[in-house]
Design a protein around this ligand. Structure first.
Ligand code: ADP
Ligand code: MG
Length: 237
């Protein structure tokens, strides 16, 4: 335990919550499939970043996580890699709609996450779809109807698509709110609450943010279950 505390300290990691899994040292410690390890190597990722070392084992254990780390720290892979594992673990069932849902504040951010998710999904036959403004709604509707396992979306457009019945949230069990602080700054709180309200309560929920203002903290307390909080470095409010 002393070793774990020192290792966390060396990574500038602080954790809170009960029964927190210990941080990993290498991607190999995660029990990823050969296929996923190959995709990681293909990306040139040699070892996990600080947030990945601690967040990966927690997310893989099925716990809800609040991850706070500055931009550029590798938060995307911390939620995308376990999402691939989560999806591959699902039994083949005759249900439609995405299993993994990722919300991001802007088109650009959603697109970046979409690209990262695609890199790791491709070899698994997992379909990723991006849902944000800029494409005609009818076009998007048609493409969504074809089905996918992962949706990366901005909140407003996702709600539009749900209303149009382009997709349902019936199969969704893994929800990520990325850059939560910026989603609040942009006034997306009502949309986020609406989306969360449509996803089954026994889902796994992950919230990532560069900062943790009060209102984001409050939302996290309301929509996450027994979360583990992982903070890397010094973080502002
Ligand atoms: P954040 O979301 O925290 O701002 P990103 O997930 O966008 O950070 O990652 C920042 C950059 O670091 C990206 O270019 C990503 O490909 C790269 N990256 C992520 N994890 C690793 C890793 N383990 N090793 C090397 N590069 C990584
Ligand atoms: Mg990010």
């Amino acid at each position: 335990e002393q070793d774990v505390a020192e290792y966390r300290k060396s990574l500038a990691i602080r954790v809170s919550g009960f029964d927190v899994p210990r941080p990993i040292k290498a991607f190999e410690d995660s029990g990823f499939s050969v296929q996923l390890m190959n995709a990681i190597k293909k990306q040139g990722y040699e070892k996990p970043t600080s947030i990945q070392c601690q967040a990966l084992p927690i997310v893989l254990s099925g716990r809800d996580v609040i991850g706070i780390a500055k931009t550029g720290s590798g938060k995307t892979a911390a939620f995308v890699l376990p999402m691939i594992v989560h999806i591959m673990d699902q039994p083949e069932i005759e249900k439609e709609g995405p299993i993994g849902v990722i919300c991001a504040p802007t088109r650009e951010l959603a697109h970046q996450i979409f690209l990262e998710a695609k890199k790791f999904s491709k070899s698994h036959g997992i379909r990723v779809f991006a849902v944000y403004g800029g494409m005609s709604k009818l076009e998007q509707f048609k493409e969504l109807k074809a089905g996918c396992e992962i949706v990366v979306a901005t909140p407003g457009r996702l709600i539009d698509m749900i209303k149009m019945k382009a997709l349902t949230m019936l199969r969704a069990t893994y929800l990520v709110l990325d850059e939560a602080d910026r989603m609040f700054d942009l006034g997306f709180e009502p949309q986020i609450r609406s989306i969360v309200g449509q996803i089954r309560p026994d889902r796994q929920t992950l919230l990532f943010s560069a900062t943790m203002p009060r209102k984001v903290e409050k939302l996290a307390r309301e929509i996450l279950t027994d979360p583990v909080r992982v903070t890397v470095g010094e973080v502002g409010m």
